[in-house]
Design a protein around this ligand. Structure first.
Ligand SMILES: [Zn+2]
Length: 436
């Protein structure tokens, strides 16, 4: 018989939404958190399953504002089912799917297909992001009001920027009364030209065409100016450059409604990962320099960068087994995100609670349109929880990823810290507690 309560006993509860960090228990019933704190287990011991955590971290399940689940249309790369398995293994309980599917998510019917497939196949909550423009073609706006009505939590043509400033202006005007962000992939393609990696010494050395940091900075500048003009909300996807961080910082000081995200790979890898022409390290925007990484970390710590998002971008082996310039950009990121990011915590560059905030409460604040109480362990919150062993050392083997995408520049890397279990809506969706 299933017991009615689940008790997570003797963990280190870190709930950054409430600045709580305390050794204690979390009690779950009916898919919700009903109690937590030191000694909470004692008053709920009847009819309860108890899981002993011996000091492992209990924290809100991660929320990813930026991933590619590839379904419909590219099921050889990933499906909602396999993507959700990988997300659960990475501690994620809510994931926002980018609309660059086939067909693109630019109609209520495609959003409803995604919702139905997620209900049937997904272990975690999938929230769709709708297209900004019809077919992601950049020429005319998608039916944004209809998409919001069908559950879109934001709009993006990700994979491509919204290149046309007039379209971006109109998109911001339409999104403003909906209270939803325009999430832009900020790269001015005329400046990217044929760039395939960061423009600099390494690109010259390797003879690979460079993508300069200004390609990103020019579009972030444009978007913050348009957001300021309209009073609408722009969210900068996968910010990668020191200059871009500074533009966002200045805009925030002026009161512009701008938020920004950084990815684990842009925070932890430099352009050196491309040495040996490793196509696994090909990603858009490209991996940059150590100085850019330092600026991103500073941006996280001073609040310029609001959240961390994976940009999980699974590809088939064939997509990547090409010469560098032909290999498709992207990294399969769900299953390494936390452990990669913990290297910043272990190095003393960001505090554990701050990192967890950027992966839970931070993105939850962007999802207020859903009306769900996410990203916290407070009473009556949805029981979405990640359980972490921060000291567990392991070596990444991308061949055993639950994602169909085995494309990871971290394959073979030794990492410290691992998600040991994930609970979504009160149920285990991933559980390696007790396994080594
Ligand atoms: Zn993008």
């Amino acid at each position: 018989m299933m017991k009615s309560k689940l008790i997570l006993k003797d963990g280190l509860i870190i709930d950054p939404a409430r600045s709580i960090e305390v050794r204690g228990d979390v009690v779950i019933e009916g898919g919700k958190i009903i109690d937590s704190g030191p000694g909470a287990a004692a008053s709920h011991s009847e009819n309860a399953d108890v899981v002993e955590l011996n000091g492992m971290i209990i924290t809100p399940g991660f929320i990813d504002m930026h991933c590619h689940l590839r379904e419909p249309g590219f099921e050889d790369k990933e499906t909602i089912k396999t993507g959700s398995l990988a997300a659960a293994a990475g501690g994620f309980t809510t994931i926002c799917a980018m609309p660059n599917t086939q067909p693109p998510a630019d109609s209520a019917s495609t959003l409803s297909f995604i919702a139905q497939t997620s209900t049937r196949d997904s272990l975690v909550r999938v929230l769709p992001i709708g297209c900004v423009t019809a077919g992601r073609a950049g020429r005319e706006l998608a039916p944004m009001i209809e998409l919001a009505g069908a559950g879109a939590v934001g709009f993006s043509d990700d994979g491509s920027p919204v290149g046309d400033a007039w379209i971006m202006l109109r998109a911001l005007e339409y999104s403003k009364p909906l209270g939803l962000p325009i999430i832009n992939h900020c790269e001015d393609l005329s400046l990217v030209a044929n760039g395939q990696m960061n423009e600099g010494k390494i690109s010259t050395l390797l003879g690979i065409p460079g993508n300069p940091s200004i390609s990103e900075e020019v579009m972030i500048a444009r978007d913050t100016i348009l957001a300021e003009y309209t009073g609408a909300w722009v969210h900068i996807a996968h910010i990668s450059t020191a200059g871009g961080v500074e533009i966002v910082r200045q805009a925030k000081r002026r009161g512009v409604r701008v938020t920004a995200e950084a990815t684990p790979h842009h925070l932890c890898l430099t352009e050196y990962a491309v040495m040996d022409y490793d196509s696994m390290a090909r990603v858009n925007p490209p991996l940059r320099t150590q100085a850019d990484i330092e600026a991103l970390i500073e941006g996280l710590n001073d609040g310029t960068i609001d959240i961390i998002a994976t940009d999980h971008a699974p590809h088939t082996a064939d997509d990547k087994a090409q010469e560098f310039g032909l290999a498709l950009p992207g990294i399969s990121g769900f299953e390494t995100a936390l452990a990669v990011l913990l290297s910043l915590v272990h190095a003393g560059k960001i505090k554990m609670a701050d990192l967890l905030y950027k992966m839970s409460a931070g993105p939850a604040a962007m999802l207020s349109s859903t009306g769900l109480k996410l990203g916290t362990l407070e009473k009556r919150a949805v029981a979405d929880i990640a359980i972490i062993d921060p000291d567990h050392e392991w070596t990444v083997d991308s061949s055993v990823f639950l994602s169909k995408g085995k494309n990871s520049p971290f394959h073979g890397t030794r990492l410290k810290g691992k998600v040991k279990a994930t609970i979504a809506g009160g149920k285990f969706v991933f559980n390696e507690i007790g396994k080594n």
